[in-house]
Design a protein around this ligand. Structure first.
Ligand SMILES: [Zn+2]
Length: 393
């Protein structure tokens, strides 16, 4: 009798494996069997695998986790479809933040979360109508139904991972800070994180911050405008530093209104990095200058953050913010959710939402579609379309 070595369905060889949450950063072979990561070792015999992907020159990461997305297509103003974007970006876990409220969540569950091939979770909007319209979701207090939202959360904790409230002058017009008080009450009742969006003017950041708790998420954290957390040449707002130290999670949420080079550069110069880099991808943002999560990550790479720091903020740290440490990692035993990237060197121009530009030389490009389509979810080939990217030159 000869000793039988374990067989693998798939082997990804020769890539630079980068999984900051699990501590992998170097050349490893990754073996997959039965839909799980079976082994990550410096060298695995390809004869043991049914199929082999040569990943030399590429970066092997967990499938990306996007903490701020809008994917309730057809029912909300902002929603896009997630699966076609996933196939070209390597984003395999999508957190929709507040598209659905209590009245519209059943449709999100049946028509979006269940049929999606990407892993789909959401934060429930305090407003029962969610993001059906561009804004104004809190203007009718009849839509702040905390009791109904609590029931919807308790019946759907497999999908709903927290609460969302957009607190800016348009959403709260005429009602002030009251919706944030109700959102706080709801999050406390269901014992889940609260993600707060803020904008320009009133309610100001100073009015909003006292409502945050450790584990909550402040999204659009490096937006510009009069509530920016850091002004050019100045340190980060002391209250932000204090709350961050205590556990408040700072999330980028680029979108079309909320990524400022001036704020980001001031924060980075103060030694202050965001906890999570997310896209806030929606119908408008997908047209640029945000485009998608890999382009957003590229902006931070070109500002001098290291590749491990950047990848960690769109894998392990994003999953941790969702209280789902099982996601955003490819440590052996976890779901075989793998993405491949290449850093394409070139002469790129990136823009923030005010169209302030910065030159860069690195673009993070998802390469898995060329090789294999999505390993993790067996996605079918998508309509090809050109890879969206910043203009060259
Ligand atoms: Zn958003």
């Amino acid at each position: 009798m000869t000793h039988q070595l374990a067989r693998y369905d798939l082997l990804i060889t020769g890539g630079d494996v980068l999984d900051p949450a699990a501590g992998f950063d170097g050349k490893f072979d990754v073996a997959i069997a039965g839909g799980r990561i079976a082994a990550i070792e410096p060298s695995i015999d390809p004869a043991r695998a049914d199929r082999v992907i040569d990943a030399s020159g590429q970066i092997v990461t967990p499938g990306l986790v996007d903490l701020h997305t809008h994917i309730y297509w057809g029912v909300t103003y902002w929603g896009i479809e997630a699966d076609p974007v996933a196939a070209r970006t390597g984003v395999t876990t999508w957190l929709d933040v507040g598209s659905a409220g209590a009245y519209t969540f059943p449709g999100f569950r049946r028509y979006i979360a269940e049929p999606n091939r990407v892993r789909t979770y959401c934060l429930l909007n305090l407003s029962s109508i969610g993001l059906v319209a561009p804004s104004w979701e809190f203007q009718n207090p009849n839509h702040w139904d905390v009791d109904l939202a609590e029931k919807i959360v308790n019946d759907n904790r497999d999908i709903i991972l927290g609460i969302k409230a957009r607190i800016d002058p348009n959403t709260t017009r005429g009602v002030g800070i009251a919706p944030l008080e109700r959102a706080r009450e709801l999050a406390d009742r269901v014992k889940l994180p609260l993600m707060i969006h803020f904008g320009d003017g009133s309610p100001t950041l100073d009015e909003i911050l006292p409502f945050t708790r450790p584990g909550d998420i402040l999204t659009h954290c490096f937006r510009g405008g009069d509530n920016a957390v850091a002004k050019a040449g100045e340190p980060v707002h002391p209250d932000i530093k204090r709350l961050h130290e205590a556990g408040l999670i700072l999330d980028i949420g680029h979108g079309t209104g909320s990524f400022s080079y001036a704020t980001t550069e001031a924060a980075l110069a103060d030694g202050f990095m965001p906890d999570v880099i997310s896209s806030d991808i929606h119908q408008l943002a997908v047209q640029g200058p945000m485009f998608d999560l890999p382009v957003t990550l590229s902006k931070f790479l070109n500002l001098g953050m290291s590749l491990p720091d950047v990848i960690e903020r769109a894998t392990g740290r994003a999953a941790a913010a969702m209280n789902r440490p099982d996601l955003g990692t490819i440590k052996p035993g976890s779901v075989a959710d793998v993405a491949l990237f290449r850093i394409e060197e070139g002469d790129y121009t990136f823009y923030d939402i005010q169209m302030a530009s910065r030159k860069g030389t690195k673009l993070l490009v998802n390469t898995l579609p060329e090789k294999e389509r999505m390993i993790w979810a067996n996605l079918p080939p998508q309509q090809e379309g050109k890879q969206r990217r910043p203009e060259e030159g």
